[in-house]
Design a protein around this ligand. Structure first.
Ligand SMILES: Nc1ncnc2c1ncn2[C@@H]1O[C@H](COP(=O)(O)OP(=O)(O)OP(=O)(O)O)[C@@H](O)[C@H]1O
Length: 344
């Protein structure tokens, strides 16, 4: 387990922004209990989102992206422990009552999960599944809810004549579109999309992400979009956060993060996924040998040190913070630490 010397605190420059934030996540930790041990999967994540912001979260499998997303809305199972603060419009979702939390889910913040087939109910039509949250949260008549559901399905490219079909009657891409329509049903201020396009072919992935980006641009909904693929996020999100071993190791405007990464992990990850249209490169992460550490193996210093081509002795023990690395940017690498000389 990690020590307290390694921190992932919010940037000083973000403090002013957090006052007007829609979502302000402060020092979020999520641990799983496994066979009598506590294993930290998210280790002190902080960031904030203003209304209409789009933030992409990238990182390899197992770095804690989904755990963090679930933690934000307390959707993780009973085996997980969460601490920190998740201020949604100023209300801490980690300490608020379950009934308040139920009200916030769907209507305030909704989630598009990976794998629509398992998230949708197979024995109910898509219309029924979209109507339900609208009736429940917005207290409108079934007729009005149906009208809105039809409108939503239309906006995601599902014709209204197919509203009474069951999930298995749709393709994978169409089911993800239905999931997006469901997430939009109660007009939330925030959508958390966790790998919304996994298992779809590359062209359909790009279409779905573009659709989501378009819908949120029009409506000023904020989005947290999670995937292991940096290049997909760069097309759809204003800002990128790169996670490694349960922490954010780089944060900044998407284009800048991709064009001039400050953290060696971001550099390796962007080499691993150079283009949307190159499936071969997505299967073989060329710039990234070895595997990330398991949460139980993370110790002092930089968790990426063992795989880093630029590692120094100080990285193995040094205190790791998200240091400012240019306007709106930060990175948790000793090379960007102000007194290091800024070689990155
Ligand atoms: N229910 C659970 N119980 C115990 N450990 C878990 C559980 N869910 C996730 N973990 C562990 O927490 C760590 C983070 O997993 P998580 O699924 O959040 O990563 P991820 O970045 O979303 O990966 P992926 O891209 O594969 O979904 C992993 O080591 C994983 O094995």
């Amino acid at each position: 387990m990690t020590t307290d010397t390694v921190k992932n605190e919010p940037l000083a420059t973000e403090d002013a922004e957090t006052a007007s934030a829609l979502l302000d996540v402060r020092d979020l930790h999520v641990s799983y209990r496994q066979g009598g041990r506590t294993v930290p999967a998210v280790r002190g994540v902080s960031f904030s989102l203003a209304p209409g912001d789009t933030l992409g979260i990238a990182g390899e499998s197992g770095c804690g992206k989904s755990t963090m997303a679930l933690g934000l809305l307390r959707l993780h199972g009973a085996k997980a422990q969460v601490s920190g603060e998740v201020l949604f419009r100023g209300e801490d979702l980690l300490t608020t009552t379950w009934s308040r939390l139920r009200a916030v889910r769907w209507a305030g913040a909704s989630v598009v999960f990976q794998g629509a087939m398992s998230a949708l109910n197979p024995v109910r039509t898509v219309l029924e599944q979209i109507v339900e949250p609208i009736v429940l949260h917005d207290k409108v008549s079934a007729k009005e809810a149906e009208r809105r559901a039809a409108e939503l399905l239309d906006s995601v490219g599902i014709p209204s004549r197919r509203m009474r079909s069951y999930p298995h009657e749709f393709s994978g891409g169409q089911r993800q579109r239905v999931m997006i329509a469901m997430a939009l049903a109660c007009r939330p201020d925030l959508i958390i999309a966790d790998e919304p396009t996994t298992a779809l072919d590359v062209m359909v992935q790009a279409q779905i992400l573009e659709l989501l980006a378009e819908l949120v641009r029009e409506s000023r909904i904020a989005v947290i979009m999670i995937t292991h693929d940096l290049s997909l996020l760069a097309h759809t999100c204003d800002r990128l956060a790169v996670m490694y071993a349960g922490r954010i190791v780089e944060l900044g405007p998407s284009r800048q993060v991709l064009d001039s990464p400050k953290h060696p992990y971001t550099r390796a990850l962007s080499r691993a996924f150079p283009t949307i249209g190159d499936p071969a490169s997505r299967l073989a992460p060329a710039g990234l040998a070895g595997d990330p550490p398991r949460p139980s193996e993370v110790g002092d210093g930089c968790a990426f040190a063992a795989r880093c081509s630029e590692v120094t002795e100080a990285c193995r023990t040094g205190e790791m913070l998200l240091w400012p690395a240019g306007p709106g940017r930060s990175a948790a690498c000793l090379r960007v630490r102000p007194d290091h000389g800024g070689t990155s």
